[in-house]
Design a protein around this ligand. Structure first.
Ligand SMILES: Cc1cc2nc3c(=O)[nH]c(=O)nc-3n(C[C@H](O)[C@H](O)[C@H](O)COP(=O)(O)O)c2cc1C
Length: 178
């Protein structure tokens, strides 16, 4: 059994990215793995600023988050696509937790997911996230999972139909590499 940490780059109520991530987590749990879901909204991290760190230190919430990530074998991350990139919440979180430990994500098996209302499924945004995690020398899962037309295929907070089968197969391949 492996331990997988999850976090979503959207804390919006009704977020399709969080719904997609939770559906993926449910498949991982059903396969016998331990999932630790981090709620980025609860952390309330300030926008990263070197002066904030110098004057107040690294927020306790970032330190706690970094500990949970450090103890995991893998990380599943969903991010909305904002103007072709990831959400600022996701980038800000990555920046704070890597102040705790620069190599926090190095060698970890990272799976990236995105959902969007349009036909692109958030693929552009994940391109940038892929660059970030490649830079940090992670063991990136070779395929990202994108969900186009997300508001049409998510019902009651769950991915349905053919996309659920596609997601289940993707999670199987991801956990096989843990
Ligand atoms: C500032 C901003 C920029 C956006 N840019 C894109 C974009 O580049 N591509 C895209 O597919 N959707 C874009 N969207 C729409 C988001 O995909 C949509 O709001 C989505 O529901 C956000 O994810 P969430 O439901 O998980 O919060 C953008 C939304 C916002 C607020």
């Amino acid at each position: 059994m492996a331990k997988i940490v999850t976090f979503s780059g959207s804390v919006r109520v009704g977020s399709v990215n969080t719904a997609l991530l939770n559906s993926a987590a449910a498949f991982a749990t059903a396969a016998g793995h331990e999932v630790d879901a981090i709620d980025l909204g609860a952390a309330q991290l300030p926008l990263y600023d070197g002066d904030v760190q110098a004057n107040h230190g690294i927020p306790m919430a970032a330190q706690a988050m970094a500990e949970r990530i450090a103890s995991a074998d893998g990380v599943l991350i969903a991010s909305p696509e904002y103007n072709g990139g990831p959400s600022p919440l996701l980038k800000n979180t990555i920046d704070w937790v890597t102040r705790v430990e620069m190599t926090l994500f190095a060698g970890k098996h990272i799976g990236l997911l995105a959902a969007s209302p349009g036909g692109g499924g958030g693929a552009h945004g994940l391109g940038i996230v892929t660059q970030i995690f490649t830079y940090m020398q992670c063991d990136l899962h070779d395929e990202t999972f994108t969900l186009p037309k997300a508001f049409e295929v998510i019902a009651d907070g769950e991915v349905g139909g053919d996309d659920a089968d596609r997601l289940s197969a993707w999670v199987d391949a991801y956990v096989a590499h843990l």
